[in-house]
Design a binder for this molecule. Structure first.
Ligand SMILES: [Zn+2]
Length: 83
């Protein structure tokens, strides 16, 4: 499992992980409203970047490292022609 952002680190408001090939924003408030019970499953890295942009716009702190890491992976994949 890869952890991109976690609430215990860097004051992040979101927890973003990858389990196998599933890219997830765990207990996402955008997905579940106030209940924080539903996960957001991104359909690819670009979709997760858009999703995290949304969090940022709404005032949620998303650590810059999470963006950097996802973008690096995205660049990697497209270099290898996997996208
Ligand atoms: Zn989210």
């Amino acid at each position: 499992m890869t952890v991109y952002a976690t609430r215990e680190r860097n004051g992040s408001k979101v927890r973003v992980i990858r389990a196998v090939d599933d890219l997830v924003c765990v207990r996402c408030r955008l997905e579940s409203g106030d209940g924080d019970t539903a996960d957001f499953h991104a359909d690819g890295i670009q979709a997760m970047l858009d999703h995290l942009d949304f969090h940022t716009v709404l005032g949620d702190h998303v650590p810059p490292e999470a963006f950097v890491r996802l973008r690096a992976e995205y660049a990697d994949l497209s270099e290898r022609g996997a996208l």
